[in-house]
Design a protein around this ligand. Structure first.
Ligand code: NM2
Length: 529
């Protein structure tokens, strides 16, 4: 019986938690928004240091693992080839982990920093401009990608090395929590992860939908109404539901490949036909600024903000902390996904690949798209900031694109790319949500199950949009991310514990690629049972 494959407590638990949060928000949108706001402020102000610590800790932990013996371990059998070539692998990784938000923020993040810079710098000064081109890259840079990679370690390890056919977060913490994860504790861990991912997805949809609506409005002249936004959400859901339904190799890989080519086209177009020299010089300089200030950027919490009459900017709460929370909620999902596509690679390849390709991708988007907008601002061709303050960020994004040659072509391409970027994040999310509510995943989770989560991911933001507005959802990641921080800790610990045990027992301890024979893992595995 197929329904026996479903892990009903997790399935129902996740659904229940989502409804328990959404229904009150739907019924009382105004007080709901106030409460969400309070919860956000509470989390970011009281636990800011904890969120920032996650970024730094994940980064150093991964570097340590990559260059230790643990990094030599091969994910899979001894002579197994890589399941996906490196380009497809990097494209899928980027397409899954990054959604339409990169188009949104790469285009416009600088404009916020320009007006509201960190470190007490005068807004709109030359210094503020330098920071404005660097901070976006930092928020999508190596620390952020490290947050994404960490959960992939234990998950890939248990799936391909110990060959446990379960794609679940709870399974990946078995070495630390032992049998307890077979009871309610395991269900709680999986449900909290699913809840986090849905919060992150809510943030993504809440930002992506207005931008896509603006693009469609620009192309067709259809006014931006609730109806248009609803159609957009439904259209995106249909695309990603079909993709998730067709599975990993056909649907998800196919969309990721188109995504890659379209994105490359857009980037090359802007670099070549835009201010090439300005873009390259500014991007290069930003990398230097980030390297020079890496630790200050990673730890700045504005501790004297409102003391001694200083003016608090709220920059850390609105940006770095919010961002880390947003990466955290997506991280176990990206981990599950990266793990799933990394068969045949070593742990080191997986870690360095994710951090390096991921960061390069972010640098390209922010460097090219962001600096193009900045160029328009500085040369006076378009007052992006004035426009944004008056008409909002999505309209400013489209206005920037209009400054390119062949804008009639570029706006549709940008809009389609945004839809595909959204779809490639959501198809893999529903694929993973479906995997987590199954007791076992041999090759792919059940089809109806994938479809179910595809629609659930979109349904709630849709209803919330009708009743309130999307703004409440934009910061959903912060609250939903809090419990996930602790799950991240368990994941790291669990990986080290299990892989150290196995490596010690392995015959090719000294070789550059360590293949772990499952027979040797048995003993250590049994200890946890
Ligand atoms: N992250 C990368 O909306 C999206 O692009 C999905 C967002 C966590 C900031 C991920």
């Amino acid at each position: 019986m197929k329904s026996k494959l479903i892990d009903w407590p997790t399935f129902i638990g996740a659904l229940f938690l989502i409804l328990a949060v959404s229904i009150p928000l739907m019924l009382f949108p105004d007080s709901g928004a106030v409460i969400v706001d309070m919860a956000n402020n509470f989390m970011t102000e009281k636990f800011g240091a904890l969120y920032l610590l996650v970024g730094l800790a994940a980064f150093f932990f991964l570097l340590f693992v990559a260059f230790s013996k643990n990094g030599n371990v091969k994910l899979g059998n001894k002579h197994e080839k890589k399941e996906f070539g490196t380009i497809s692998w990097a494209a899928m990784l980027f397409a899954a982990g990054i959604g339409s938000s990169i188009l949104y923020w790469a285009m416009i993040e600088w404009a916020y920093y320009y007006q509201g810079p960190p470190f007490g710098i005068t807004p709109e000064s030359k210094e503020a401009i330098s920071w404005s081109t660097s901070y976006g890259i930092f928020h999508w840079g190596p620390l952020a990608w490290a947050i994404y990679t960490l959960p992939a370690l234990p998950i890939a390890y248990f799936y391909y090395v110990r060959k446990t056919p379960v794609l679940k977060i709870s399974e990946a913490v078995r070495p630390v929590l032992g049998n307890k994860i077979d009871g309610p504790l395991g269900v709680i861990i999986d449900v909290l992860f699913m809840f986090g991912l849905m919060g992150g997805a809510g943030t993504t949809l809440a930002l992506g939908t207005p931008m896509i609506a603006e693009g469609i409005h620009d192309i067709t002249g259809i006014p931006i109404t609730l109806g248009l936004k609803t159609i957009i959400m439904l259209l995106c859901t249909t695309i990603f539901a079909i993709s998730a339904y067709s599975g990993l190799r056909r649907g998800i890989k196919f969309l990721s490949d188109i995504n890659l080519w379209l994105a490359l086209f857009l980037l090359v177009f802007v670099v070549v036909l835009g201010p090439t020299v300005f873009i390259s010089r500014t991007t290069f300089t930003s990398i230097g600024i980030i390297l020079d200030n890496f630790f200050s950027m990673a730890t700045w919490l504005e501790p004297f903000g409102d003391l001694a009459g200083f003016k608090k900017t709220g920059f850390p709460e609105s940006w770095t902390i919010f961002y880390w929370a947003w990466w955290v909620v997506y991280a176990p999902f990206v981990g599950l996904f990266v793990a799933r596509i990394s068969r045949g690679r070593t742990i080191r390849e997986m870690i360095l690949g994710t951090m390096i390709y991921g960061t390069i991708g972010s640098v390209l988007f922010f460097g090219i798209l962001g600096n193009f907008g900045l160029y328009l601002q500085l040369t006076g061709n378009l007052d992006v900031i004035g426009f944004m303050n008056e008409h909002g960020a999505p309209a400013a994004i489209i206005a920037i694109l209009h400054e390119l040659p062949l804008a009639q072509l570029i706006v549709p391409i940008f809009t389609i790319l945004a839809i595909i970027f959204l779809a490639t994040t959501f198809d893999s999310s529903s694929y993973i949500l479906a995997s987590v509510v199954q007791k076992e995943v041999q090759s792919e989770p059940l089809r109806w199950n994938r479809l179910f989560w595809a629609f659930t991911l979109c349904l709630l933001p849709l209803v919330l949009m009708f009743l309130g507005d999307l703004e409440t959802l934009q910061t959903a990641s912060i609250v939903a991310g809090f419990p996930v921080i602790f799950i991240m800790l368990l994941l790291a610990w669990s990986f080290i514990k299990a892989s150290n045990d196995d490596i010690r027992a392995s015959k090719d301890y000294e070789s550059p690629v360590i293949y772990i024979d499952q027979k040797n893992t048995k003993k250590s595995y049994e200890r946890y049972d």
